[in-house]
Design a protein around this ligand. Structure first.
Ligand SMILES: C[S@@+](CC[C@H](N)C(=O)[O-])C[C@H]1O[C@@H](n2cnc3c(N)ncnc32)[C@H](O)[C@@H]1O
Length: 318
């Protein structure tokens, strides 16, 4: 199973498939309308692709229907499905030689209307006992030992609503404090910000291959006053020679496997490695591949909210 190319029909994450990608609205065009005739609250997912490959890409990423326009394949999802659809599409386009930054999400309505639509879906939500996500345009009065993350994900993945992110945040809340961490595939920066806020003396590196994610994570670190402790960049793993007591990587299975031999030497002795973004049907095999290469498997956790998603928690040898 794990040898399959990322994003091919048989390996596409089920939770990111039909349920996440709704049939397109009935009226298509630059301004999208739904059946009621009102301007919709849909999110446009756009894939930049040349004409020769556009049909194949459209068939793969949007089997329910897409529009080909101006060098893009465009389809629509509901705002609360934006993160899932972005992740699925970015994973799928790799098979066509495209990169994650060829896929963007944007409002299907004018910006002013979109801001209101987005606000209606991305709300203050408690993700773990202590961690509360607060959209940057909302206010929230923390109670007790709440830790608030102020987020505007922009074009990046990471609102805290996806099960794969929540598995990492759960792990963070349960781990012993560390002084250094690496957040591989940081998206909005959510995991780094959570780590930095949970452990005020910790610092870390947040990396992503997508420039939009680097931008969003940098802005969110400033917003959360942790920019002096979290370095956001597009640094490749191969350029980082430090060993970390904690690495968090919420990426898809094929990427974990491709990066395995670079990732493991970056885990300090006894350090923790959390691999998320794994379908439950993939997690055992990915964990076994890392154990075969010297890591110790501590446990596997499965999302209660969405059992299709799991995480593997590994440890470096002493
Ligand atoms: C599922 S999102 C996770 C975002 C955030 N960390 C979270 O937990 O919500 C995966 C991120 O990994 C990034 N990514 C994909 N391949 C990568 C690679 N080889 N190295 C670094 N980042 C990568 C993507 O651009 C995306 O932002």
């Amino acid at each position: 199973m794990l040898g399959r190319a990322p994003g091919r029909p048989d390996s596409r994450p089920a939770a990111l498939d039909g349920s996440a990608l709704r049939a397109r609205p009935s009226v298509l065009g630059s301004r999208v309308e739904v059946d009621s005739g009102t301007v919709s609250e849909w999110v446009e997912i756009a894939v930049r692709v040349d004409g020769d490959r556009a049909d194949d890409v459209a068939a793969e990423v949007a089997p329910n229907g897409a529009q080909l326009r101006d060098g893009e394949v465009v389809f629509w999802v509901a705002p609360d499905e934006r993160d899932s659809a972005l992740a699925a599409t970015r994973a799928a386009v790799g098979a066509f030689g495209l990169t994650p930054s060829d896929v963007t999400a944007r409002p299907a309505a004018p910006e002013s209307e979109w801001r209101d639509a987005w606000k209606r879906y991305f709300k203050v939500h408690r993700v773990t006992r202590r961690l509360v996500i607060v959209p940057s345009w909302e206010t929230y009065a923390p109670a007790g030992d709440d830790i608030v993350l102020h987020l505007d994900p922009g074009q990046a993945f990471g609102t805290g609503t996806h099960a794969s992110t929540q598995l990492c945040l759960d792990a963070l809340e349960q781990l012993e404090p560390v002084d250094r961490f690496l957040d591989l595939g940081t998206g909005s920066g959510i995991l780094s910000i959570a780590a930095a806020k949970l452990w005020p003396s910790a610092s870390g590196i947040a990396t992503d291959i997508d420039p939009l994610a680097v931008q969003a994570s940098s802005e969110n670190c400033v917003r959360n006053e942790v920019a002096d402790r979290v370095e956001c960049s597009d640094r490749a793993l191969s350029s980082i020679d430090e060993q970390f007591p904690l690495i968090l990587a919420n990426i898809q299975a094929p990427v974990h496997l491709a990066l395995r031999d670079e990732m493991i030497p970056r885990v300090a002795p006894n350090g923790a490695l959390v691999l998320s973004g794994l379908l439950s049907e993939q997690v055992d095999e990915v964990a076994r591949c890392f154990a075969d290469a010297g890591m110790v498997l501590d446990r596997i956790t499965r999302s209660e909210r969405d059992p299709e998603w799991s995480a593997a928690h590994l440890r470096g040898r002493a």
